[in-house]
Design a protein around this ligand. Sequence first.
Ligand SMILES: [Zn+2]
Length: 282
Amino acid sequence: MSELINKLNEFTRREHTEDEVYIFDLVLCDNDIDRDGECFSLSALETLQKLFIGKTGLFDHDTKGTNQTARIFSTELITDNSKKTKYGAVYTYLKACAYMVKTSSNADLIKEIDGGIKKEVSISCSCLNQTCSICGANKKKKSCGHIKGKVYGGKPCYVILDDVTDAYEWSFVAVPAQINAGVTKRFGNSSDENEIIKMMQNELDERDKIIGLIGENLKAEITKLSFLTKSHSLSTILSTVVERMDVMEMIELKEGLEKEYRGKTQRQLVKAYDDNNSSFKL
Ligand SMILES: [Zn+2]
């Protein structure tokens, strides 16, 4: 404890005693896939580790309406070798140490934190890169049609958040204890901006769903055409490659196959015509 107090006092302007402050640990985020089908890359976690030092946290659903805050004064990236993420990587999480100066008004809140009621932490940060785990497209810039949570060629689709440019704040959210702790991310720094970004994100998700359907349709079409053309260019190995293609690539492949199919039927017609004519000559 005294080691923590020393660390804290290095950080604050005024010296605090052990009795004056309440110090607690929290998990800000990790590299596992969350409920939104997203995860932070290791380099994103490393950046967040630096950015969250000194950041203030708020407490949601504060019953007394008073603005309770806590501040992070130390962060640590912890690798848990005994645990794997859903995609099989070693589990790594960003732990933070925060403090509150004890007052008469935050005694209840401290009890709640101690009792583990305020479990879930929501962080807000911005990321430039949102990479699709299937095709590697930056979903922030283009819709590839792969839908988070779906499985393509045996591989789960999720989005890797990378290139963190800023961390804004964090907050404790009171949630029922049965829900597993997780991270709710907000991208942006003002609530207005957040609303717009949320709306745009929803629209993009919607568009992704539509493109996903088009992709399914294209896949079926490609399978049919490769059967019709008896194309050697599309073996079983290639059909798994189709799973990883984005919609534009699938359209190109489909057009190629269509051309091949048209060429083949054309040749067959000519041959049939020739065959017919030659039989007449006999
Ligand atoms: Zn994709």
